[in-house]
Design a protein around this ligand. Structure first.
Ligand SMILES: Cc1cc2nc3c(=O)[nH]c(=O)nc-3n(C[C@H](O)[C@H](O)[C@H](O)COP(=O)(O)OP(=O)(O)OC[C@H]3O[C@@H](n4cnc5c(N)ncnc54)[C@H](O)[C@@H]3O)c2cc1C
Ligand code: SF4
Length: 510
């Protein structure tokens, strides 16, 4: 039977059972679509990363004997629209059955479901064979519960997949080693070597430019550092295990302008487009731990495993449980536009200058920059979650809605009112000072709340809590903060709130 099989840009899973046999009646279609390039304004490295990896995936399938239809931007047959292209290819090639892999984005899932209802041939959807949970597992696990605690989901996953377990007990005697992790990085800590992964993506870059696709951010097309195929993805993983995993947990939350990546793995893009499988990542790390006793301590390994086996699967479950309404949640009714410096990094606040600057330069920021610098500022300043989602979805190489929106709207903006987190992640300048080196040499002073040199985080922190008191003061994890506020003199409170208002009025000039 003649089959057309769709492969989307984040479905580059070479190990999928689809590819276990070569059949010249099976046509795999991989297309560059304007609808995907333009649903949000993307960083140029994100566009290039996806389209170059798709091109390499198509070439790999062809080299193994599979029949591949590739539609690139400059192909006259390419309408740029998923459904129009599929309808055309089905008719042109006398296709008898259309098959697709379940998409991870709600938008594409809905589009393909609706196509299936009126398609001229039978349609079958297949699992993407990537995740360690199915779409509804998390919802089933938390059925009847008011709170969706990541920690309990993670422990279930450890037991289910027998990861870091000794019988029914957690290896090392604890589920969580956070208290050993999350240290500040001293200036003399030796950073890991730069990744050796590098590609020339000039051809793909030119095709995107010629097609007139709008983008932002920087790129060096002859020095592209994101992995574009499985060999490169495995290399990034090997480099992580060799040089970064030994200190991953220790410096997981550290912030410094010495480097963009520190001890982070940089595998999110490879994982999210499915060049890597989450279990192979975990298995390789655990195997190394056993093969080389003492090289990596349990706190580093467990801290890393939790991100993949816990947070990543948890966020996906929340997405499928709560979409599509999740995308409109705005618990605090924040609606202020993003300051201009989100697009150029030109702010006097050194923490934001560096975190946004490296996002524009590398299409990457590590977790604590996304959460406690950029997200924290956005929340305190009352920026619109819609605009912010658009920015996060566009700027990061690894941004796909299921993992972007749950992290941005949920974890970082608390716009879901507490589905993902039990309290908003906010801090004054003190936390940023404690965890990093940004405050040294900043135009502002992290110790000061008032005046021209006052760190904006300090007054905005109180302004946020004061303006949302009704919604937050009954939260047991925040109550203490209101008691501190209430003990302040009225005149001090007024001065702080006035200072915050000044910052808010001058967001573009901070
Ligand atoms: C506001 C905000 C937006 C984010 N947007 C995205 C996004 O669009 N895409 C994305 O993949 N991650 C996102 N994250 C999660 C996390 O910041 C990135 O996965 C991580 O920074 C990627 O870099 P890395 O591969 O070096 O990760 P590492 O720090 O080395 O972590 C290893 C892996 O764990 C997984 N992971 C870690 N934290 C999370 C998390 N909170 N949720 C899901 N997976 C996690 C990722 O797959 C990551 O590659 C976001 C976090 C925040 C706070
Ligand atoms: S002083 Fe304030 S604005 Fe400057 S780096 Fe520190 S936290 Fe950021």
């Amino acid at each position: 039977m003649k089959k057309l099989r769709l492969i989307l840009g984040d479905q580059l899973n070479e190990q999928h059972s689809w590819f276990s046999e070569v059949n010249d009646q099976h046509f795999y279609v991989i297309m560059e679509m304007r609808q995907e390039a333009g649903y949000v304004l993307h960083h140029i490295q994100k566009l290039v990363g996806f389209f170059a990896a798709m091109e390499q995936f198509a070439a790999m399938l062809q080299s193994k004997g599979h029949k591949v239809i590739q539609l690139q931007f400059d192909d006259p047959e390419n309408t740029g629209d998923l459904i129009k292209n599929l309808s055309h290819l089905i008719a042109k090639n006398q296709i008898e059955q259309f098959e697709y892999l379940l998409p991870d984005e709600y938008r594409l899932d809905a589009q393909l479901k609706s196509f299936a209802e009126k398609a001229p041939v039978p349609v079958i959807a297949f699992d993407s064979e990537h995740f360690l949970t199915s779409r509804n597992d998390l919802e089933d696990f938390f059925a009847g519960k008011k709170q969706y605690l990541m920690e309990s989901f993670y422990r279930m996953m450890r037991k289910k997949w027998k990861v870091l377990m000794e019988g029914s007990e957690p290896a090392g005697g604890q589920w969580n080693f956070d208290h050993d992790n999350r240290q500040k990085m001293d200036a003399d800590v030796k950073l890991p070597p730069k990744s050796a992964v590098n590609s020339d993506v000039s051809v793909v870059y030119k095709r995107i430019q010629d097609a007139g696709i709008e983008s932002f951010g920087k790129i060096k097309p002859d020095e592209f550092m994101w992995p574009l195929n499985r060999i490169q993805a495995l290399q990034v993983l090997e480099e992580f295990i060799a040089f970064r995993l030994p200190l991953f947990g220790t410096y997981q939350d550290a912030m410094t302008d010495r480097d963009a990546f520190l001890f982070h793995s940089r595998i999110s893009f490879a994982l999210n487009v499915k060049l890597l499988h989450p279990m192979e990542v975990i298995t390789k790390c655990v195997e190394d731990f056993h093969k080389n006793p003492g090289r990596v301590s349990m706190n580093q390994l467990e801290g890393f495993v939790r991100q993949i086996l816990g947070w990543r699967e948890y966020m996906r479950g929340i997405y499928w449980m709560k979409m599509p309404s999740y995308a409109n949640l705005n618990f605090f009714n924040h609606n202020r536009s993003l300051p201009d410096w989100f697009w150029n990094g030109e702010t006097k606040m050194k923490c934001l200058q560096h975190s946004i600057g490296q996002s524009l330069e590398h299409a990457y920021a590590h977790h604590i920059q996304r959460l406690m610098v950029i997200g924290n500022f956005a929340l305190l300043a009352g920026l619109s979650p819609d605009e912010l989602d658009g920015w996060y979805l566009g700027v990061y190489i690894d941004a796909i809605e299921w993992v972007e929106i749950t992290n941005t709207r949920g974890m970082s903006q608390f716009a879901d009112g507490g589905i993902v987190g039990s309290k908003p992640y906010t801090s004054s300048g003190a936390y940023i000072k404690k965890m990093g080196s940004y405050c040294d040499g900043c135009h502002y002073d992290h110790k000061i709340k008032l005046g021209a040199k006052a760190c904006p985080f300090n007054s905005l922190y109180w302004h946020f809590h004061a303006r949302h008191r009704e919604k937050l003061e009954r939260n047991p994890r925040i109550g203490m903060m209101y008691r501190t506020w209430d003990r302040m003199e009225d005149s001090d409170k007024k001065a702080i709130l006035d200072q915050a208002e000044k910052h808010i009025l001058a967001l573009n000039h901070l």
